[in-house]
Design a protein around this ligand. Sequence first.
Ligand code: SF4
Length: 286
Amino acid sequence: MRYLDSFEIVKLVEELCIEANIRLPEDVADGLVKAKEHEQSLYGQAVLDDLLQNVEIARKEKMPLCQDCGMTVVFVDWGQEVLLVGKSLQESVDEGVRRAYLGSYLRRSVVSDPLYDRKNTGDNTPAVVHLRFVEGSEVKITVVPKGMGSENASALAMLSPGEGEEGVIDFVKDVVARKGQNACPPLVVGVGIGGNFESAPILAKRALLRPIGCRSADERYARLEEKMLRHVNELGLGPGGYGGKVTVLDVLVEFMPTHIAGLPVAVNISCNATRHAGGRLKGREL
Ligand code: SF4
């Protein structure tokens, strides 16, 4: 058995929140560069120029990539040989988020009550934590600051199995066509297929963590990703929604087993600021 002091989680989450907000992952930045080479619309090219300049300024000046520094989503893969000592996981993650958002002047965007008071919690907590236990003695943490413009464009459908591949493609296309232009394209589209009502959206969000251009290991789903990428780009929304060839940088699919009577499909839209940062902690000898 090994242990991890909760303060190590606080420190790592703080670092990752700052890194994710100021440094666009290389694969997304490269995706924007390739989009610029491919895009023919003049407005689209101008948007991509601005976005690439924004990426550089954020990196150099250590400024947030976007004014919406997101609701903080944290994926934790916890090695089951590790014991957490000190505060709870949620408290530790929230403390890391609090320190990052207050200390680095990141915009705090979380309200305590969704319907009535809508009072800002003042420190961007609580974070949304997705925990799963894995083998080993390591803890892997990935922080995803997720803006609400792109969350608002996301959707879930409980398709019937007979709708098959065509139903999935139509749904993904429809979601992007209806709200994609409000989500700051070019987009990255995460698609979760299978599971049930609550697991498909988490799969879709996990899909956004895969590097752009990294195809599914399953050839059938890899082909589906390529097909959906083509279909969605044919919509012609273009960078910034001003028209053009590049509406999305990629479509990434994660899937899992489901019930005989169902075909859940979730589409989690992400924007040109598809941000995430990850790190690992090793459990210490008890
Ligand atoms: S959708 Fe993305 S780029 Fe647009 S405001 Fe929200 S976080 Fe920023």
